[in-house]
Design a protein around this ligand. Sequence first.
Ligand code: HAM
Length: 528
Amino acid sequence: MKRENRSLKLKAPRGTRDLLPEDMYLLRYIEDKLRGVFERFGYAEVQTPIFELFELFALRSGDEIRNSMFVFETGEGEMALRPELTAPICRLVAEGKIDVMTKPIKLYYIGRAFRYEEPQAGRYREFWQAGIELIGPRHPEADAEVVSLACISLEELDLKYNLELGDVAVLRGYMTSKGVDYEVQNKVLSALDHLRSRLRKLEVYSELLLKENDAHLLSEVKRFLYPIELRKRRLRAKVEENIPKELIERLEPDSRIYKLEELRVDEVREILKRNTEDLKLMEIISWCYEGLRTSMGTLKLPPDVGFKLLEALKLKSIRAHEVLEDAKEVFKESEEALREIERLNELIEYLDDLNVKGYVLDLGLARGLEYYTGIVFEIHVMGLGAQSQVCGGGRYDRLIAEFGGPDIPSVGFAFGLDRLMLALKMKEIYPKPSVPMVYVAPISDDLRGAALKIAAMLRNAGIACEVELMRRRIRRALSFANKRGFPFVILIAPREYQSGSVIIKDMMRGTQELVSIKDVTDYLRSRK
Ligand code: HAM
C-alpha cells in the first residue's frame, strides 16, 4: 500500500452516525419504553432481514424508487436495503409464515432502515424505526386504537406532540366516482403529498421572515423560488396547445425574486403568498394537462377532479366535526366519498372514547408512500426543525394481497427512533448510563489479584463493579473514581486485607469504613 493511501482520513459514510455509549443507552431506553407499550396492547415482536429482493419495494412504488434506495446486484438477483419495514412484514404474511386464520395478527418490530436521501439534521441514510402492524381488522375502532397506541407511546416518553390525521379513502372515493384509475390515484396522492410539503415550506418561510430577515434565510427562500419562477416562465413562453390560456396567464413571472434582499419583509411575504397559489396552479397543470407518469404510461387527470382535490387542502382544522361538514359539501356529488366521510365520523367518536384529543383533521394529508388506502397520520414534535415528524402511519388494505397473500386489511405506523432521541436530548432530561456502584483499587501491585477476587465476588452477587486496570497509583486512581462518579471505592490495603477486611469509601459523603470481606456484599446492598 502506498504511503498517501495510509494517510487517507477514514470517516463514517455521509448520512450515517456512530452511536456512542450515551446514544445507545438512550436508544435502548426508548426501545424499552416502546416495547412495554406495544406489548401492553398485545403485539409480539418480529425481525425481518435487513435486505430484501428489490422487487418487493418496486412492486408498489415503481422502479423509480431505486433512486432513493441502496440497491445492489448479487448473483441471485437485485437486492435492496429495506427503506421501511411494512412491506417486509406484508411479505412475511403473504408467504404464509403466520396463521392468518386467527385474526387479528399483531406484530411489532424495531430495526434499522436505509434511504438514499440527502442527509440533513434529523434525516439520515441509515436510521432506526420501531413500528406496529395490526393485520386483520378493517373497522374504524381498529384505526382509533392504533392512533391512540402511537399517542400513548409518546406520552410514555414524556414528549409533547402534534397529531395530524387524514384519510386518503375520501380522496380515493371521490376519484373512483370520477372514474380515475387506482394507479393514477396513487400518483396523485404522492404528488399531493409532495405539493403539501412544499406549501408548508412557503408557510414556514413566511413565519420565519417575521422573526428574522437575515441574508442566509433570504438566499434559502430564493433557492426555493427559482425553480418555481423558471417553470412559470417556461409555461408562459410556450403556451402548450392543450393547456387553457387563461390558466397559464394566471401565472405571472415576477423578477423581484432575484433581488429579495432589496425588498421589505411584507413584500417578500406577499411574493411567498403569490407563489403558494402559483404552485397549486402549476400542480393542476401538471396533473391534468401534462399527465402523471404511471406504470400504464402517462395519464391525465380530468381538470375538474384536479381542482376539487386542491380544495381538499383547505379541509383542515382542529375542529374535526366542522371539517367533516365542509367535506360533505365539497364532495357532495360523490357517494363513495360521502360514505368514507361517514366512516371518518365514526372514527372520530372512537378517538374521543380513547381520549385522543387536540389533533388536526386534515383531509389534504396524503402520505408519500403509495400503499395507503384509508386513514393516514403523522405525529410531529416541535423544536426538531424541518424533520419534526417522529411517526407516520396509516391503513393499507391491499398490500398483502398485492404481494400474493390473502386479502387482509391492515393498519400500522412506525416511529423514527433517531428523531425521538433528538427530541429527548432537546429536553435535556434524558437518561444517561449509570456508573457501576463500586470501583475496586489495590493500594499496591501485589494486591492486584486480590482486587480481581473481590470484584468477582461482587459481580457474582449481582453488584456492578470495575477494577483498577490502568495500574494507577492510589491517588490518581481515587481522582479517576471521583471523575467517573463511582458511588463507592473499595481500597485494598496490605495489612487490612491480611486480616480479612477492606476499606470502603463512600465517595458522596467523603467517609470511609473498615468492612470485613465476608460482609462487603451485604454492606453494599444495604447502601443501594
Ligand atoms: P414513514 O413516515 O416513511 O413511514 O417513516 C416513519 C418514520 O421514520 C418517520 O415519521 C420518521 O420519524 C422516520 N424516518 C423516515 N425517514 C427517515 C430518515 N431518513 N431519517 C430519520 N428518520 C426517518 C413508514 O416508514 C411506514 N412504513 C409506516 C407505516 C407502518 N405505515 C403503516 N405501517
